[in-house]
Design a protein around this ligand. Structure first.
Ligand SMILES: Cc1cc2nc3c(=O)[nH]c(=O)nc-3n(C[C@H](O)[C@H](O)[C@H](O)COP(=O)(O)OP(=O)(O)OC[C@H]3O[C@@H](n4cnc5c(N)ncnc54)[C@H](O)[C@@H]3O)c2cc1C
Length: 420
């Protein structure tokens, strides 16, 4: 057992908090250092008289690990409503669940069942999709979906980086998905699918932060510029850097200089800015119930996606309010975070009227700007990950959404794996 191991964690976003949680449970002597005045990083929940607004993640794919975490922290989990299983993609002015012609649908299903889905070295996501699922699926499904989730452009995204959680070996997509499910059988939850917490995702980061504060040394308002300073001030046997991609680059550059390692391949790395706007009003945006709608880059709206909050999780609004979250930014619109609040409001109303011509006036907005929130999942990020694997010593780890996917379920699984 690691009874006296000292473990210093830099960054108190969800990744740092989860690593701290597991390290404490393992009996390590943990120190957590954060540059902001509070924990949570991107994740926080705002409560107001209209309901609640998530600053970033609105849910997580459930797993036995998440269930255990909620049980331990005494957080009430809520499962997504049945209606939320309906996800739409905007095509030709309509909300469609599978926006493909009959022949393309047959090609899609045949591709899933029979085409070899093995990822080729250096393959871009669009190339992989055209080969496995058919060209129409790339344009009509993959671009809106990956654009909405990863903020990226499938023509430039690296297939290995994005798919490695699911497509690990050889054979058809159906076979590989089955294998990956089998491999992760021990993580199967009691209730499958998307979940959140009664009082929002911020209650998870708040609960974790409370636990860490009670069981470890925590330093807020403390920005660490290089590992040398970190090691001099907080000597430890192990360091975990969970500062996001933008925070990590200067740290590893300084580390490489200090140790005489080759310069990390970061010059071409970039990240995406995102704008998340939760709008409260008196009318639903569409008559259909569902999770929300995604838009391709050629859609006449500027939003990349809209979440229909009333229909996803229970208890997101008070009284007769309706709430939607508009997501902007990413590969095709990275300057969107420069808009001031008034311009953002006008954009949201303009986009909303394209879906609902008789849209009623809003009651309230919650606007969140995130610069460099998500890394671009492109070839350069894969090279950078290879560099991290090759040069970082066992005593220094770098973890976060730039490693194995942006999803919180993956971040949680990695934290559990690396600290068990
Ligand atoms: C709009 C939006 C919607 C999203 N929706 C979903 C979703 O529905 N489901 C999902 O699974 N994921 C979603 N995500 C992604 C998910 O929220 C992120 O992947 C995750 O929160 C990243 O957490 P992190 O701890 O790695 O990084 P961060 O939250 O960025 O935390 C990094 C922390 O490190 C600190 N830091 C940085 N530099 C230093 C330094 N030098 N010294 C000390 N501290 C430092 C920062 O202040 C910060 O607190 C969404 C993201 C966004 C932006």
């Amino acid at each position: 057992m690691a009874a006296h191991n000292r473990h210093t964690i830099l960054g108190a976003g969800i990744t740092g908090l989860l690593h701290a949680w597991y390290a404490i449970k393992r009996g390590e002597d943990v120190t957590l250092i954060e540059k902001a005045g509070r924990a949570g990083g991107l994740i926080h929940t705002i409560h107001n008289e209209f309901g609640m607004a998530e600053t970033a993640a609105n849910g997580v794919i459930n797993s036995s690990l998440f269930e255990e975490l909620c049980r331990d922290l005494q957080l009430e989990m809520v499962t997504a409503n049945k209606d939320a299983s309906r996800r739409y993609i905007w095509q030709d002015g309509k909300l469609r669940r599978l926006p493909l012609k009959l022949g393309d649908k047959i090609r899609l299903f045949a591709g899933i069942a029979f085409k070899d889905a093995t990822v080729q070295p250096g393959e871009r996501l669009a190339h992989w999709g055209a080969r496995v699922l058919g060209p129409s699926a790339v344009h009509s499904i993959m671009q809106p979906a990956f654009g909405g989730i990863y903020a990226g452009d499938v023509e430039r995204m690296n297939a290995e980086l994005v798919l490695k959680q699911r497509i690990l070996g050889k054979g058809s997509m159906m076979r590989q998905l089955r294998l990956s499910r089998k491999e992760k059988k021990h993580l199967q939850p009691k209730q499958r699918g998307l979940v959140s917490l009664r009082y929002g995702m911020g209650s998870l980061t708040d609960g974790l932060a409370r636990f860490v504060r009670e069981n470890a040394a925590v330093h807020y308002n403390c920005e660490v510029a290089d590992i040398k300073t970190l090691q001099a001030n907080w000597p430890a046997d192990r360091y975990t850097l969970t500062v996001g991609i933008a925070g990590l680059i200067p740290l590893v550059k300084a580390l490489a200089r200090e140790h005489g390692w080759p310069e990390p391949p970061v010059a071409a790395l970039h990240s995406y800015n995102l704008l998340s706007v939760t709008r409260f009003g008196s009318d639903p945006i569409v008559s259909k119930k569902g999770f929300g709608v995604l838009f391709g880059p050629e859609a006449p709206l500027r939003a990349r996606g809209i979440l229909f909050n009333n229909f996803i999780f229970p208890g997101r609004v008070h009284q007769d309010n309706f709430s939607e979250t508009f997501i902007y930014g990413g590969a095709f619109d990275n300057r969107v975070t420069d808009l001031d609040d008034e311009m953002v409001r006008q954009q949201v109303e303009q986009d909303r009227r394209l879906l609902k011509t008789d849209s009623l006036p809003p009651r309230h907005y919650a606007i969140f700007r995130w610069n460099a929130a998500l890394p671009a999942y492109e070839d350069e990020l894969l090279h950078f990950n290879t560099w991290l694997d090759q040069y970082l010593p066992d005593s220094i780890r770098a973890e976060g959404n730039f490693r194995y996917g942006i999803g919180l379920s993956t971040i949680l699984e990695r934290a559990w794996l690396l600290n068990s």
